[in-house]
Structure formats: structure tokens, C-alpha cells
Design a protein around this ligand. Structure first.
Ligand code: TXA
Ligand code: MG
Length: 317
């Protein structure tokens, strides 16, 4: 069921049930992070491997003292600047957070969403919510309540509808690695914004052998229709007989029917493009196409995270 009854949602969560929640990044599949059964249920509903840890969500940085060690100075500065918002920090966990949530790691990922409905919900709860993106493992993250309902609607009792997500990309994950401040996953907060507060950071590309953040696994966020990423002119060669969809930044491609094309931001605004990216991928994936062709976005600001998602979507394994 889709609705906007916060009291009902809070009651379900307190009873150990799962509820899909809106955040400014993407919709989350939420359960009480302190309730082992609820956490296990999240993995089951998503069909997610248990080695892939979950982010916990609460309403303010002050409340983290119950669940994490104190923030190191650099991360505290980032928290002050960007929380609530599309930022996730990796912090040393306290025993209250189980190994199931962190997949055995001594660190827990934490996020303070700014979405007003979810802020209010979290404020009413005396436990944090574990919430991965509310999609089946490996598929595109949902940015509307309808996206969630289409894929998980029958498996969960309630979906809180907070409208379309304003950021549209998952949070940027930051923590320390070998004592250096590191971006583990590019996301809705740009690397430039982070560096403006924290100075230069290391930006990790994926590592599929021993992923610290499996959101960094190569094949992730993938539509069912094969997606090819590159220079459109080249990609179009030899495809005369194929049904082609295109995903482009500002301008339609000549020779392809307009209804098979998605232009993410005619004005060239990367924020707007990010906001619509996942809905566009879903839209194209639900059309009768042989292939989706996408172009690279400018490698700056949110364009870096957009390119990252497109690269992962284009890998077929
Ligand atoms: O924007 C977001 O971050 C959304 C919303 C719902 O908050 N959540 C989200 O969760 O994208 P999920 O589970 O789809 O992706 C979380 C990523 C995974 O790649 C996971 O491996 C990584 O965070 N992660 C979580 N806990 C971690 C930990 N303790 N150490 C390293 N990576 C961690
Ligand atoms: Mg995810």
C-alpha cells in the first residue's frame, strides 16, 4: 500500500515490519536497525547478499552517540556542512549496532536524510533505520513511490510517498582508508563540495575483488536492456535494424524517433540530469528496445556520479 500516514509507518517500524521511505537521494527499504529480524528481512526482500552492509539513518548528528564512536574532526566538519543531506559517513560502531548490519565490519555507514517527511518519521523513532535503496539487488534505485511499488509492492506492507526524490542519486560515501579521507562511492554530494570543506580526498573507483562498498561492484544499477556507453555516433554504427533508445544530456540524436529518446537536461544542468537519471533508465528499460545508448556526461560535479552509474549500468556479466 502507498500512502503518507507517518503514524502508521512509525507503528509498523516499531513492530519490526519494513516500510519504504522517501529520501532526497533515492527511496529506502527501511527497518529497525536494532532489530535483527527486521534487518534479516531487509536482506531477504531485496535478495541482497549478506556480505553487503546497510546504511543506518537517524534524524540528527547528535543522536549518533548512541550508535557510533565520536566523529573524527574531518568527518565532523563534513557532517556540519552537509548533514542532513546526501552524504554517508563511515564511523566506528558501538556494540548496539550488530554485525548483521555492517556485514562484520567494525565500521557502520550513517546518514541523516533531509527529506522533510522522513526527518519527521525518524524524529518519532527511538531507534535508527537500516535502509538500503528499495530495489531488488543489482537493479536501478527507485526515485518515486511508484518505482518501489512496481518491484517490491507485494513484499512490504507500506510505502511512504514523499514525491519524486530531489537529488536522484544515492548518497556519497566518505570515510578513512589508510588514514586518508576517501570517497568510497560517488553520489549526490559532489567531490568538489566535499573538497571545499575537507581539502583533497582520494576517490575510489570500483574494486570488484574485495569491495569495501559493494555499491562499488562493477555490475550494479543495471537495466535489463543492454546499455552501451560512449560516443553516440560510433555506437550507432551497424545498428540500422535494431530498436534503439538513447539517453543523452542536452540534445536529441538525429535519426532516432523522439519517443525513444530521453534528454535529461536541455538546459545543461547536471543537478537536473541527476534528478531524472534513474527514472529515465527505467522508462527506457520498460520499452521494447534492443539496446540503450548513452553518452558520457561532463566529468565534473554530479556528472562524475552520473558517469559512474552509467558505467556500472553498461557492464554485462
Ligand atoms: O542514498 C543512499 O545512500 C540510499 C538511501 C536510502 O539512504 N541508500 C543506499 O543504500 O544507497 P545501499 O544499501 O543501496 O548502498 C549502500 C552502500 C553499499 O554499497 C554498501 O556496501 C555501503 O554502502 N556500505 C554500507 N555500510 C558499509 C560499511 N560499514 N562499510 C563500507 N561500506 C558500507
Ligand atoms: Mg543500492
Amino acid at each position: 500500500m502507498i500512502g503518507n500516514d507517518l503514524k502508521y509507518a512509525a507503528g509498523l517500524l516499531a513492530a519490526g515490519e519494513l516500510v519504504a521511505i522517501p529520501t532526497e537521494t533515492v527511496y529506502g527499504l527501511a527497518g529497525n536497525a536494532l532489530n535483527t529480524k527486521a534487518v534479516a528481512q531487509i536482506f531477504a526482500v531485496k535478495d541482497r547478499p549478506s556480505f553487503d552492509p546497510l546504511i543506518i539513518h537517524t534524524s540528527s548528528v547528535d543522536r549518533l552517540v548512541e550508535w557510533t564512536e565520536a566523529l573524527p574532526a574531518e568527518l565532523y566538519r563534513l557532517a556540519e556542512a552537509f548533514m542532513p543531506g546526501p552524504l554517508t559517513l563511515l564511523l566506528n560502531k558501538l556494540p548496539a549496532i550488530s554485525d548483521l548490519v555492517t556485514a562484520g565490519s567494525a565500521r557502520v555507514a550513517v546518514r541523516i536524510p533531509s527529506h522533510p517527511m522522513t526527518q519527521e518519521l525518524l524524529g518519532q523513532l527511538d531507534f535508527p533505520l537500516a535502509a538500503p535503496s528499495a530495489n531488488p539487488f543489482g537493479y536501478i534505485s527507485p526515485t518515486t513511490a511508484r518505482h518501489v511499488a512496481d518491484q517490491l509492492g507485494e513484499k512490504i506492507p507500506y510505502i511512504l510517498d514523499g514525491g519524486p526524490c530531489s537529488v536522484g542519486l544515492e548518497s556519497t560515501i566518505v570515510g578513512f582508508e589508510e588514514e586518508r579521507l576517501t570517497v568510497f562511492r560517488k553520489g549526490g554530494l559532489s567531490v568538489e563540495d566535499i573538497e571545499s570543506v575537507a581539502g583533497p580526498v582520494v576517490v575510489r573507483e570500483h574494486s570488484s575483488s574485495n569491495p569495501q562498498a559493494p555499491g562499488m561492484l562493477k555490475s550494479h544499477y543495471a537495466p535489463r536492456v543492454p546499455l552501451q556507453l560512449g560516443e553516440l555516433k560510433k555506437l550507432l554504427e551497424g545498428k540500422d535494424r535494431q530498436r534503439i533508445g538513447t539517453l543523452v544530456f542536452q540534445q536529441e540524436v538525429k535519426g532516432i524517433a523522439p519517443h525513444q529518446q530521453v534528454v535529461l537536461s536541455p538546459a545543461g544542468d547536471l543537478q537536473e540530469a541527476a534528478q531524472h537519471l534513474f527514472a529515465a533508465l527505467r522508462q527506457l528499460d520498460n520499452m521494447d528496445l534492443d539496446v540503450i545508448l548513452a553518452e558520457y556526461f561532463p566529468e565534473e560535479g554530479l556528472g562524475r556520479a552520473i558517469n559512474d552509474r552509467l558505467k556500472r549500468a553498461s557492464v554485462r556479466e
